[in-house]
Every structure is written in C-alpha cells, then in structure tokens.
Design a protein around this ligand. Structure first.
Ligand SMILES: Cc1ncc(COP(=O)(O)O)c(C=O)c1O
Length: 389
C-alpha cells in the first residue's frame, strides 16, 4: 500500500482521536435537543455550555460572547452582514478569504462602500493604510489574522487600536490562526472574531464567532432564540463538543510548546527544500507567520502539475486555497503580493498539523526535489536555460 503523508492542513485537519472520542456519545446515548427541558436536553445543554467555556478560554473572553455557527464561512458572513447596514463603509484587505471578500462584494451590491487595502510583497497590511481609509461612515474593519495561503500574520493589535480610536467595529477572520498562535481577544480589542472547527482538528461544519459583549449584531437566520438570538437553529451538539475538546487540546499544546515544535518541523521542511532545489523561494519570507505553513515557489513548474505528481507518490499538498484549486486564475493572495503570474502558478503550500512527524517531513524532503526535477525536465524554458549556462 502506498504511504500517504498529508501536508494540507490549512485545507482541513484530521479529527484527533481524543476529539472523536469526546463527540462520539453525542451521536448515540446523548442525543437530546439542547433546547429541551427534560433530562436528555439538559445533558446536551450542559455539554454545549462546557464547550463554550473551553472555546472562551482559548480566546480569552467570556462564555456568553461565544456564538456557535456552522463554520468559518458562516462566522465571517454573520460578522460582516451583522455589523453593517446600507450606506456604511467597510475596510478590508485584498488577501482575505473569499468568505470575507464575497461577503463584502455582496455588501457593495446592497449599497455599502468597501475599501480593499493593499498588501506589501510579504502579504502584510500597512496599518497606516487602514487608518487613511477611514471615513466618517466607516462602520467595520475586517482583516484576517493569518493568511490561509502564506500563513503570514497581520498586526491585528495595531489595527485594533485604530478601530478603537475611530469607534469602528473590528472583525478578525482568525480561522487560520486559532490553535496555531495564542489569541487574546481583549488584548487585540476586536469586536468579532471567527474560527472554524475543521482547521483545528475538530470536524467540518462547526465554527465560532466571538462577539464582544454589548455589540449589536443582526442575525443572518431567523428562527428560535438559540445562541442568545444571534444564531437561530438547533445546535450541532457533536460538532460543538468536538470543537470544545479541540480548543482544550490546543491550550494544552501551547503549554507543552507544541507550536514551537511545529515551527521547527516547518522550518526543517522549508530549509531542506531550498537547500536541494534551485530557483525556489518562500512567499512571505521575513514576515511573522503561523508555525505550520510555508508557501514556496518553484520557478518553471506548474503548481497544479506538482500537486498531482506529489499526490501520485503519496504526498498531499496544495496550490493555495482549496476552493480555488482547479481554477485557471492564479491565487489572488499571491498576485496581490506582487508575484508574477507564472510564479504565483508555480507556488505550493505546505501546511502541517498536529499529526505530522519528523518522518513525514523527511518523506516530503525526498519527494519534492524529485518531483520538481521531473517537471522541470518537461519545461521548455528550463531546458533552454540549462543548455545556455
Ligand atoms: C482564512 C479562512 N477563512 C475562512 C475559511 C472558511 O472556513 P470554513 O471552511 O469553516 O467555512 C477558511 C477555509 O479555508 C479560511 O482559510
């Protein structure tokens, strides 16, 4: 059987065994509707509230400030639509996930104005650009904490200060930052922050929106009074329990220094690849990054061909955001950083998870240089260069 190594954890992470064990009873004996007043309902209600406490501890907030949703996309949409109305002005960046960018496009169709601040060559937003973009009718700033493609971390504390001074809401898409770097919503001074279960070793289809106490949030859905009327709909109890467990494991991981071990593994992968492959480099080099991600360009190859070639050998990586894989356009993140289109197309994202080991990295360090060499053999430009020099 082919050995399979998964280095695409920014697309989704495997559910950890302890997380699966925690959620399993809520598919069976603990099946109650958390809104029911009888024993079965009380049992699941208690489990939901325990999970809420765990997620609140992970984010440094109070439990009632946690709203459970169906994932990062819903959390982002709830924050963006829920904190704005027609005629408002919103500030975001050009490298956000489509769950933010397309939500903002919809706001524009509804009569809002949106400013998309640029990023520099390392994919960093300049907080002065955010300050300069403020207008009298600015209602919301939405900037991601960590980019899903490069892993680069934005200066959210600086932006939080700008938002606070201007009395503007600040929403953070922290889907790719949660459980990778410590988050303290009070220190950042944000009003809303999104996380997603499946990026932190809980299952797909559950997420959280932190909403600062006293923030007036318009719901997306109308129905029952679930989640203090901020998100109607019967709670996904197994998913919520799993997310609570994943949050606990993330906190324990920080205490044990697992984030440092992960960045050491990531660095070993990155250094090992760059030592063996010429005409390659790191996108976002020099910027602060989450510990699990590196995005590397390999000139003279097609990223999609590289993903397929590596997959055939048992290594799963990605060319960028999973939802745009297969699309003809190069990544909007990499082009916003100023990468040439061919270099953006030649870029591969490697993203580690808690399950990855040093052996996995060694496996990748054999396969990646081989795949690049094979693909460059087929590249007419690279062949011509080889003859010329
Ligand atoms: C930065 C970022 N925001 C939002 C999302 C959407 O999260 P979900 O898949 O839970 O809807 C993703 C998923 O890739 C992401 O990477």
């Amino acid at each position: 059987m082919i050995r399979r190594i998964y280095l695409d954890n920014n697309a989704t992470t495997p559910v950890l065994p302890d997380v699966l064990e925690a959620m399993r009873p809520y598919f069976g004996e603990h099946f109650g509707n958390a809104s029911s007043i009888h024993h079965h309902g009380q049992e699941t209600r208690a489990a939901v509230e325990r999970a809420r406490d765990s997620v609140a501890s992970l984010l440094g907030c109070r439990a009632p400030e946690i709203v459970f949703t169906s994932g990062g996309t819903e959390s982002n949409n709830l924050a963006i639509a829920g904190l704005t109305s027609a005629d408002d002005h919103v500030i975001t960046s050009g490298i956000e996930h489509h769950a933010v960018l397309h939500a903002c496009k919809h706001l524009e169709e509804m009569g809002c104005e949106v400013t998309y601040v640029p990023v520099d060559g390392r994919s960093l937003v300049d907080s002065d650009d955010v300050r300069r973009a403020l207008r009298p009718n600015t209602k919301l700033i939405s900037i991601m904490m960590a980019n899903n493609e490069t892993g680069v971390l934005q200066s959210v504390e600086e932006i939080g200060k700008i938002a606070e001074e201007a009395d503007v809401y600040f929403h953070i898409d922290a889907v790719q930052a949660a459980a990778k770097v410590p988050i303290d919503v009070k220190r950042i001074a944000c009003d809303a922050l999104s996380i997603s279960g499946h990026k932190i070793h809980a299952p797909q289809g559950v997420g959280v929106l932190y909403v600062r106490k006293g923030t007036h949030l318009q719901p997306l859905f109308y129905g029952g009074r679930h989640e203090r009327s901020r998100r109607a709909g019967t709670e996904n109890v197994p998913g919520i329990v799993a997310l609570g467990k994943a949050a606990e494991l993330a906190m324990q991981g920080f205490e044990r220094g697992e984030d440092k071990k992960m960045s050491a593994l990531r660095d070993r992968l990155q250094v090992g690849i760059l030592a063996q492959v010429e005409e390659a480099g790191v996108n976002g080099e020099g910027a602060p990054r989450v510990p699990n991600t590196t995005n590397i360009y390999f000139d003279h190859i097609e990223g999609e061909a590289m993903v397929i070639s590596l997959d055939l050998k048992g290594l799963a990586v990605s060319t960028g955001a999973a939802c745009s894989s297969g699309a003809i356009e190069p990544s909007h993140v990499l082009t916003a950083m100023g990468l040439r289109v061919d270099r953006a197309r030649a870029s591969i994202r490697f993203s580690l998870g808690k399950q990855n080991t040093a052996e996995d990295i060694d496996f990748a360090l054999v396969l990646v240089p081989e795949a690049v060499a094979r693909l460059r053999e087929l590249s007419p430009v690279y062949k011509k260069k080889a003859v010329t020099f």
